[in-house]
Design a binder for this molecule. Sequence first.
Ligand code: SF4
Length: 267
Amino acid sequence: MSVKNNTEIKNARLIEIFSAIQGEGLNVGTRQIFIRFALCDLRCHFCDSAHTWSVPTSCRVEQTPGLRDFEIHPNPVSLPVLLKWVQRQNAPLIHDSISLTGGEPLLHASFLVEFLPQVRSATGLPIYLETGGHRPEQLDMILPYLDSVGMDLKLPSVSGESRWQEHANFLQLCKKAQLEVFVKIIVSQNTDPTELKHSGELVAEVSPDIPIFLQPVTPLESSVALSTQMPMLAPEPAQVLKWQSLMKKFVNQVRVVPQTHKMLNQL
Ligand code: SF4
């Protein structure tokens, strides 16, 4: 193993660590310690986290859970230091779980293989992974250390990304490991219903018991999608109702939930 690879495994490249209410998916409303990793290899048109696409020279670390009293530290961060910061956040009776988010946390799978067993044992908190759902090989590396997974299913008509086979393989792995998993699909006025149908079939083929969350896109500040310069508008109510009933033909639970943390003015 090269020195560079060894360094990458032993160190995390981070954006930030903070405590907040989870605003999306199955864990909505619960309190989590968020570890936001740098780097993403997708370029979703609706991305509101483009600042995560590369590794910044420094990351910000909340000192007191929820107070946003960030201190700044240089990247990368060693495993013992990250462990210490997460333990500091883990005050009694506050958090329900730890959220691995990004960017794409699975780009750090080699680091997570070392880190996750230690952070689980140090905090006793369940580990939740938020992911683009397109890296099944990396998921396989850390499956034993996860408790639940929120997988984005990227619709080409909304995200500009097309990862159907990867998504199918990813969900199969979650099912085999008997992990709690749900699928989140961002929908906009541009959503192609044939892609929603395909998504429903894909999920149902793995298991009709996997819940699907349709998440109306949160319009970007500029209301223009990154890279396409196309308007990125939330769907009309009538569209959402129609799509929810379409998806119910395939899976048992289809919920429509917007990004609630933005309503609470959480990060
Ligand atoms: S996967 Fe997430 S972070 Fe990456 S481009 Fe898409 S929305 Fe942005």
